[in-house]
Design a protein around this ligand. Structure first.
Ligand SMILES: Nc1ncnc2c1ncn2[C@@H]1O[C@H](COP(=O)(O)OP(=O)(O)OP(=O)(O)O)[C@@H](O)[C@H]1O
Length: 685
């Protein structure tokens, strides 16, 4: 399970909450206005005891009914004004705060999209979901309530205490007696509550993860009859969360008890002292009434401090959790076009070449201009121009021309790669363009270790030197877990290299802007992920915004995905969440269509035909051959039928390229390869 970073110890809640300022800034006028209105409303409430004093010492003592009616009317007016002002405050904050919540949520979502895959590998999805939902709701509630009322209540208490001291300072001191113990309790409470709030909010994230996994994996759970154990896991987590929530409630109850009891005792004591003073004739009855009314009016502002502090702590925790994600470094947009155009030692081989770019700073400086000259001929998907009529793979001389077998081979395995007959246009060196050796897709001494792997563990890939020539397709074969998927993920920079370089037509991929890189390279993964959108939208996701119906149809034809036309709404049919309304093979064909729709220069396919029946596979292969004729491709393959799509095969073993050659050469010369292919070899022949 992914983890979340350990919570910061003893952080300052105020400092943490201040980080919200950039989001609150645009609505500051409304917020301050609302706070001012609330302060006025509270102070209006404090005038009521003074009006009472006037009534008791005046019209009531003088038995003046008209005065009493006048006083009552005045009290009614004050009460009405107070209610109206509090209503106005609510109206002032409601809309801007929902705007703050929405903009924070949008910023979080945008940031999540830009974070590297390594980040998503580390973080449980439930933890991210809970940050985007529960935590942001807590923040909105904090801005709407505690933020204003901690200020409003503070001012109200201050004004109330001044009024009370002014009425009778001895009674005032009696009332102020519990202030110090209440404050000490609040400080202790705050620290403990902060720890519990953090724990509870993390546990909500864990619970969300379990729910999400269970919903997504419902078929497996049902298929294996695991619903009871899932329920148990869920129940255990909810029990833990309930325990934390109960501890929070107990803590809140304790502080509430202290905050309510001590002032009540003080009011009781003030009442006794006051009555004695009135009896002694030192204090007027009206003053005592006013004093006690003021003290009672302050009860709510004092009592609410407990839960306002609790809500503030929860908001501070939510802020902390929110910024744990927002502070994570996003993928840089890439290097400069210059760097891209001039490959060479040191150009961007550092794995963190793009790190450090703060959100929003990645200005995508690189553009398509980074492409090597001569590489721009976009292959027509269905055109099958030139040597598309490749002879049966495995013949050792793939009819597709190659630019010589020279030093593009790896680590000394250089079986004679066929007799590359003829030379394809666009592969020869031109003045100022990348040399023959540089053209195509090239791995230069690539080493890779997953960012979260222990530093003393062996890298998944090391000393990878591989050259896929322009227009060539290479199959990547290796045992399960040998690192094939990892290798393919490095080309579109889903992960940064630990060391070494990958170049496309001589341009270091770290020097290309992400946009330019992803425009050149298209990928289809083994797990075909679809989104809850229409079939057409899912496929066109791989194309430029300008792509239209013709591109869609061409890509569907290549992927043999004609089945979409028999769906109820054709290409407009929604595929449902994760495309689960389609079969695995159908999903895989749509993912393949998405990869080829943009007619990419470089195609990376991770075992793209694994879920297809033999007939569909043969049809897709026939169509794919046309695409591959003009595309430089790396195809992860487990089966000879897929391997046969490629001109050459690279065998990945022990994290290294162990051999490169044609299918038949490797079958003859490499025991491991022969073993890997043996399962289906007979059938293929
Ligand atoms: N995100 C990750 N974090 C850490 N290690 C990983 C991660 N993904 C894969 N690995 C490890 O990297 C190694 C290579 O995995 P990879 O998926 O590249 O193998 P593969 O050759 O594609 O396997 P298969 O043929 O089964 O698809 C495995 O040992 C795997 O455990």
């Amino acid at each position: 399970m992914a983890t979340t970073p350990a919570p910061a110890q003893d952080r300052s809640a105020v400092r943490t909450l201040l980080r919200l300022w950039p989001y609150v800034r645009p609505v500051r006028a409304r917020l301050f206005g609302a706070a001012l209105v609330a302060i006025v409303a509270s102070c209006v409430g404090l005038v009521i005891p003074l009006a009472l004093k006037w009534m008791v010492d005046g019209p009531i003592a003088g038995r003046d009914p008209a005065g009493v009616w006048l006083g009552a009317l005045f009290l009614l007016l004050l009460g009405f004004t107070e209610a109206l002002l509090f209503g106005l405050r609510r109206w002032l904050v409601a809309r801007p705060l929902s705007h703050v919540e929405a903009s924070m949520r949008a910023a979080l979502y945008g940031h999540l999209q830009r974070l590297p895959v390594a980040f998503h590998d580390r973080w449980a999805s439930g933890q991210l979901l809970s940050r985007g939902t529960t935590d942001l709701m807590l923040l909105r509630m904090f801005l709407a309530f505690p933020l204003t009322f901690l200020l409003v209540n503070g001012v109200t208490i201050l004004v109330g205490v001044i009024i009370m001291l002014h009425q009778d300072w001895t009674l005032g001191l009696v009332i102020l007696g519990p202030a110090v113990p209440v404050m000490v309790t609040c400080v202790i409470f705050e620290r403990r509550y902060a720890r519990l709030a953090r724990r509870a909010q993390d546990q909500v994230g864990d619970l969300t993860t379990v729910v999400e996994e269970s919903v997504l994996g419902i078929r497996i759970i049902k298929g294996f009859g695991r619903h009871r154990s899932q329920e148990r896991a869920f129940r255990d987590l909810s029990k833990t969360l309930r325990g934390t929530e109960l501890r929070k409630a107990r803590l809140l109850a304790t502080i509430w008890g202290v905050i309510v009891t001590l002032p009540e005792v003080a009011i009781g004591a003030a009442l006794v002292v006051g009555v004695v003073q009135v009896a002694d004739g030192v204090l007027s009855a009206g003053t005592l009434v006013a004093f006690l009314s003021t003290a009672l009016a302050l009860r709510w502002p004092v009592e609410s401090i407990g839960f306002l502090l609790a809500m503030s702590q929860e908001a501070a925790t939510a802020t902390e959790r929110y910024f744990e994600v927002m502070d994570a470094e996003v993928e840089g947009a890439g290097g400069t076009p210059a760097a891209a155009a001039t490959p060479g030692p040191g150009t961007g081989s550092a794995p963190d070449a793009d790190s450090g770019s703060a959100p929003g700073t990645g200005s995508g400086s690189g553009t398509g201009s980074a492409q090597g000259p001569g590489s721009g001929s976009t292959p027509g998907l269905g055109s099958a121009s030139g040597p598309g009529t490749r002879s049966a793979p495995g013949s050792g001389n793939g009819s597709r021309s190659r630019s010589g077998s020279a030093p593009d081979c790896d680590e000394g395995f250089a079986p004679a790669f066929g007799s590359g007959s003829g030379s394809p246009s666009g592969t020869g060196p031109r003045p100022g363009s990348a040399t023959v050796q540089e053209k195509g897709l090239r791995f230069h001494d690539v080493r890779f270790r997953y960012p979260d792997a222990p530093s003393d563990s062996l890298p998944v890939l090391q000393h990878i030197d591989l050259h896929i020539r322009p227009g060539e397709s290479m199959a990547l074969v290796g045992a399960t877990g040998s690192g094939k998927t990892t290798l393919t993920a490095l080309i579109p920079r889903l992960y940064e290299l630990t060391s070494g370089r990958i170049t496309l037509d001589g341009a270091d991929i770290t020097g290309l802007s992400r946009e330019a890189l992803r425009a050149k390279v298209a990928v289809a993964f083994e797990e075909p992920t679809l989104f809850s959108a229409s079939v057409g939208d899912n496929v066109l996701m791989g194309a430029k915004d300008t792509a239209g119906h013709a591109d869609l149809e061409r890509a569907l034809a290549v992927a043999q995905a004609g089945f979409v036309h028999s769906l109820p709404q054709g290409t407009d049919t929604p595929v449902g969440e994760q495309g689960l309304s389609l079969s695995g093979g159908q999903r895989q064909r749509l993912a393949l269509a998405r990869a080829v729709v943009a007619q990419p220069e470089f195609l990376v396919l991770d075992d793209p035909l694994s879920a297809l029946d033999v007939h569909t596979e043969a049809a897709v292969e026939a169509a794919l051959r046309q695409v591959l004729a003009d595309t430089t491709a790396l195809i992860v393959a487990h089966r000879p039928s897929t391997v046969l799509l490629a001109d050459r095969v690279a065998l990945l073993s022990g994290g290294r390229i162990a051999a490169v050659g044609t299918h038949h050469e490797l079958l003859r010369t490499n025991a491991e390869y022969a073993y890997l292919m043996s399962g289906e070899e007979e059938g293929a022949r």
